[in-house]
Design a protein around this ligand. Structure first.
Ligand code: F0G
Length: 370
């Protein structure tokens, strides 16, 4: 019933066996898996096929996690994290965020009747995301600093003031996000893809999906481990840099990218994410802001749409195909992490756009003929 309607709690035996009355669910998950490859697009998907052509992939799927209740994959971890907070008797929950985790926390905290507190890097959060935190009633603290400063502060605040921390440091968040992996496998009838490609910032999702695949493999639900390709923005690439040295060293960077969701210089889940890459024989790639915006335009024009960070998935897949790392005929799933409406400015030419004309048939005909 209630739990089975959620694309997270459906897998509760592998996530968190919580008593049903405590479960804080909207519900989440059950997001679309769109066939967008050159070979797996029928006539009804002629527009989506442009994405397959751009990537150079015959059998390509995009899973749109922007179709979750608050518009990003963060709801999958938040439903479990807030449920745990409620079970433990917490009164307040907090996170640092580039905007999506905070939107999700604000919504789920409000639903559970808990106080939500979010720490954001001032001036670096997309408008739609900030509007969500405020509308859902979270105490919204804008830090003069970057995400990494906000992260450092929220840990201290939670420790000293007894507030429940809901960043992906929190293991229950990661448990919930595993459901992305389970749901992909179920939608593909448990025929594991060759690759799973996703954007990488704080590295919670790389950790979670790697763990999901490992568990599915160990339980015999799938017969091969999909290889994970984590894609970073070139201006926020500490994981990529470490990967290129076989993870022999790690250093934080000063982050700068147009994709504010992944503008993170010192990811908290580095160690767990590294395990996902190593165990899946995966790879970490980086893409420039120009590559991200070009890929976003392709996804947007195909009628699917996503926020900038999500487009790193397509930009990265295209690059890995061009490099011969991913083969043209391999089955590939890409994750789109956030909704187009989250960030209605970046990469979109005019917010109030189109052409303004007089209210006459002649004026309209002229525009259409151009
Ligand atoms: N895509 C989007 C849209 C995100 O919001 C994030 C992370 C990521 C990708 C990267 O995922 O951190 O698990 O590697 N957003 C966090 C936030 C940091 O605060 O909303 P990750």
């Amino acid at each position: 019933q209630l739990l089975d309607a959620s694309g997270v709690w459906r897998y509760r035996e592998l996530i968190l066996p919580a008593p049903e009355q405590y479960v804080v669910t909207r519900p989440e998950g059950n997001t679309g898996l769109y066939p967008v490859g050159i070979e797996n697009c029928g006539p009804g998907r002629a527009g989506h096929r442009q994405i397959g052509l751009y990537a150079g992939l015959e059998r390509f799927f995009l899973k749109h996690e922007g179709e979750n209740p608050t518009g990003s994959f963060k709801d999958r971890g938040m439903t479990v994290g807030v449920t745990m907070a409620l079970m433990m008797g917490a009164k307040a929950v907090a996170c640092a965020s580039t905007g999506n985790t905070s939107a999700s926390l604000a919504s789920y905290a409000a639903q559970a009747g808990l106080r939500g507190i979010v720490f954001l890097p001032a001036g670096n959060v997309a408008g739609g995301k900030l509007a969500q935190s405020l509308a859902y009633g979270a105490t919204t603290v804008q830090i003069r600093g970057d995400f990494d400063d906000a992260m450092r502060l929220v840990e201290q605040v939670c420790n000293e003031l007894g507030i429940y921390l809901l960043n992906s440091l929190n293991p229950f968040r990661v448990e919930g996000q595993k459901a992305i992996g389970f749901e992909v496998l179920q939608q593909l009838d448990w025929q594991a893809p060759d690759w799973l490609v996703l954007p990488a910032g704080n590295l919670g999702n790389t950790s979670a999906i790697g763990k999901a695949f490992r568990q599915a493999y160990q339980l015999g639900l799938i017969s091969n481990m999909p290889r994970i390709a984590s894609i970073q923005a070139a201006g926020a690439n500490p994981f990529y840099r470490s990967f290129t040295q076989n993870f022999a060293s790690y250093e934080p960077v000063q982050a700068d990218t147009v994709a504010t969701a992944i503008k993170i210089g010192n990811p908290v889940s580095y160690t767990r994410a590294r395990r996902s890459i190593e165990e899946s024989d995966g790879i970490v790639e980086q893409v420039s802001d120009d590559e991200i915006l070009a890929a976003k335009a392709i996804i947007d024009r195909a009628g699917i749409g996503c926020e900038p960070a999500s487009a790193a998935t397509l930009a990265g897949a295209r690059k890995l195909v061009a490099r011969g790392v991913i083969k043209r005929d391999e089955r590939v799933v890409g994750i789109l992490t956030g909704n187009l409406l989250k960030d209605s400015k970046t990469g979109i030419p005019q917010e109030v756009g189109g052409t303004v004309v007089d209210a006459t048939f002649d004026a309209v005909r002229k525009v259409l003929a151009e």
